[in-house]
Design a binder for this molecule. Structure first.
Ligand SMILES: *Cc1c(COP(=O)(O)O)cnc(C)c1O
Ligand SMILES: [Zn+2]
Length: 444
């Protein structure tokens, strides 16, 4: 594969590094690294030709292009050789018009980008395929990497474990003890990862994994590693492609470590630079009010960012008080006229019931995004005829407790829906037929 890219400092220092070595931070200022692409060489293909190429690959059933990430490899990570790519067919996820739910929320032109249909059930796969492929190539070329390690509240661990298992690279995952559901733990365990539960929260795990990976023999697979961001940015390109290259007015996404905000922004900026789009959407970063360091900092114009200790939330994937990509995300929010909106447990539980009622299998993180949408709409920030895309970050059903808790009225400020009771009838055709007709009459 050809084309060139390299690491550069995300804060804009002169520092650059090749991909051949293990490196995570700028030697000059200790800032995080970004992947930089040779845009002049990418500009040799016109915007129209890129669109045609991406469309052809998205329609292809050839291995590798079954991946939405690798169908755009020139923009993502061109140095990888094809034989080193580790793909499970990630990306190419559906963009769903949800007009009925949209009408209920006051934004009929509502779409959901369903990243939950990725191979291990979350958007984390988009980044993990790139990181594990790059590590696989480093190992193949003689780098002494013994294992890959990450911190996770569930989804990243499942993803890393799966991709490593494909090529037999050992995976080590660090989880905050007692915060990860059994359904989520099952995945890394079954894929054979070393699963370590620590008596601390996500932020505490993050610190420990940075020490464990410091000498380079264990490669760091956290989202501070920009290879993950490069894969995740394809979600921006995919969704615009699915809208026939028209840019929506708003993108809303539930955020924790803020890597996804950074990735989404990078995808849009690259499309703009290469002429595929001529405007940018606004980005709304949705936070849970128990894990809202950025919300606090946004009110101060981002000048007084202070990490916090995140409190318990149903939306456990975003229970992060010291987000690693905060600087990257602030830059993106400024460039995209972004907003930060926070929601409470009751608010997200209430929108959950509405979303289920409109056919969308729901989970707490999507609840954070949809509840933020509702608040922004009610405040008039989002207009009634604007086109809104909500990023659904995982599949429903792995973090239990939300629906049950809602029906038990466990959340302050949430109106419980009328109970939907199961009806028991005798096995008698006439009785059943009559009951169905009556029940349908009542719905009208
Ligand atoms: C990781 C994750 C998030 C948060 O993404 P960040 O990039 O950390 O902001 C949100 N939802 C789900 C389901 C996740 O797994
Ligand atoms: Zn620097």
């Amino acid at each position: 594969m050809n084309g060139s890219c390299w690491y550069e400092c995300s804060r804009g220092c002169e520092y650059r590094a090749p991909f051949t070595g293990v490196t995570y931070r700028c030697r000059g200022c200790d800032g995080l690294l970004d992947v930089a692409h040779d845009l002049d060489s990418l500009k040799k293909r016109t915007a129209g030709d890129w669109k045609t190429l991406f469309a052809e690959r998205a329609a292809s059933s050839e291995w590798l292009y079954t991946s939405g990430v690798w169908g755009k490899y020139e923009w993502v990570y061109p140095p990888v050789e094809k034989e080193n790519i580790v793909s499970l067919g990630e990306g190419n996820t559906p963009l769903l018009p949800l007009a009925r739910l949209g009408e209920q929320l006051g934004v009929p032109d509502l779409w959901i980008k369903q990243c939950g249909t990725n191979p291990t059930g979350s958007f984390k796969d988009l980044g993990m395929t790139v990181l594990v492929s790059a590590a696989n190539q480093m190992i193949a070329t003689g780098q002494p990497i013994r294992a890959l390690a990450c911190t996770s509240i569930g989804d990243a661990a499942s993803s890393l474990a799966a991709y490593c298992a494909v090529v037999g690279i050992p995976a080590v995952v660090f989880l905050p003890r007692g915060r990860v559901s059994a359904a989520q733990l099952a995945q890394p365990v079954a894929h054979g990862a070393l699963v370590v539960a620590l008596d601390t929260d996500f932020d505490g795990c993050m610190k420990i994994v940075q020490h464990v990976t410091a000498d380079g023999s264990i490669y760091l697979a956290d989202s501070m590693n920009s290879l993950r961001i490069e894969g995740q940015k394809t979600v921006a390109i995919e969704l615009v492609q699915q809208l026939c290259w028209s840019v929506p007015d708003w993108i809303i996404l539930p955020s924790g470590n803020l890597g996804n905000v950074a990735a989404l922004g990078r995808g849009f900026l690259m499309m703009q630079e290469l002429g595929l789009i001529d405007r940018l959407p606004r980005i709304a970063c949705a936070l849970e009010e128990n894990a809202n360091p950025l919300d606090r900092s946004c009110r101060s114009g981002f000048s007084e960012y202070e990490p916090i200790t995140a409190q318990e939330t149903l939306a456990s994937a975003v229970q992060i008080g010291n987000p690693v990509s905060v600087e990257r995300a602030e830059k993106i929010l400024c460039a995209f006229d972004g907003v930060v909106e926070q929601v409470g447990e009751g608010e997200l539980a209430h929108v959950a019931a509405q979303a289920y009622g409109a056919g969308f299998r729901y989970y707490p993180q999507a609840g954070v995004a949809l509840a933020a949408l509702l608040k922004l709409r009610l405040r008039g920030e989002i207009g009634p005829s604007e086109r809104v895309v909500v990023i659904s970050t995982e599949q429903g059903g792995r973090r239990t407790g939300l629906t049950a808790g809602y029906h038990e009225q466990a959340f302050d400020g949430a109106q419980p829906p009328p109970a939907n009771k199961i009806v028991r009838l005798p096995a008698d055709t006439d009785v059943v037929a009559e009951w169905v007709v009556q029940a349908l009459d009542q719905l009208e």
